[in-house]
Design a protein around this ligand. Sequence first.
Ligand SMILES: C[S@@+](CC[C@H](N)C(=O)[O-])C[C@H]1O[C@@H](n2cnc3c(N)ncnc32)[C@H](O)[C@@H]1O
Length: 313
Amino acid sequence: MFAPHKVAIEQNQRFLDSIVKESETLYHSYWPSPPSPPPQDGELRPNALDLDKVHSTLRQFVRDWSAEGFQERDSVFRPIMTALQKALPNPRGKKILVPGAGLSRLSVDLAACGFDVQGNEFSYHMLIGGHFAMNHCENSGEHLIQPFCDGTINNFSRRDQFRVVPIPDVSAYQMMDHAEARGIQFGQLSMVAGDFTEVFKKPSQCGAWDSVVTCFFIDTAHNIVEYIHILFDLLAPGGIWVNVGPLLFHFSDQLSEVSVDVTYEELKVIVQNVGFEVVDEATVTTSYTNNSQSMKQMLYHCPFFACRKPVSE
Ligand SMILES: C[S@@+](CC[C@H](N)C(=O)[O-])C[C@H]1O[C@@H](n2cnc3c(N)ncnc32)[C@H](O)[C@@H]1O
């Protein structure tokens, strides 16, 4: 009875082992100080949070790096790309920052359009997974995962529950080749590890970016007003901030944490008071790490907007 579970668990484990194996090089570049002592046997038992992180990372791979995730990505990436192409028609040498980059698909897609892109992340799972996706996947579908194997409810069939998702739909290396074939020079691509508010509040970052793109990110703030001030300072005069995503406010239900839960109307007032001019605005219907075959479909009708930092303040 549990044979399909065993196959799925082993398949997922092979994928996770590959990610962990390739993370060693990453540790040397991000965290050059010697690692803490290896955990003792008893400490290796994963807790509920660890399991949840692995589960959500697999689902994030479906969102960012599978053919199944195309529609979900396209619903938010397309308006972002359109706004950027309008604001920065010549991408060569234009610098874009992507805070909360997740597994980096948006960053890679932007680099494939010719922009120089830097992602920023503070989650080990996203940094390690994104490093693997960007630097160690070469061919379409070279990894197979079964990310929905433990979802026992709302299934039409066991086939849906145990379906195999090939990763990646297209690799970053293949995207480089495709860009070259279209005569586009693939932009520079980098990733900075650390908390957005710590890394990007530094004076050296002031005015350093032609654009900042936030996708499902701004509601990770304790204080969204602080985020908006930082975003404004990061941009060069005339620079553009493009945002899409809900106002879920990740800390809202944690009593011991600060969470400034504004409405979209209030957010727009704050954005304009900080100094931005809203140049484009729409509502986008999208999902986030959705199981497309489930009976339960979660959709957001969330704001999309582009705002400009005035040339003269
Ligand atoms: C909801 S996810 C969105 C990921 C990606 N942008 C996407 O659309 O799939 C938010 C991401 O922001 C990251 N994040 C949250 N707070 C952050 C912070 N203060 N600094 C850097 N990254 C942060 C999380 O680790 C997570 O990967």
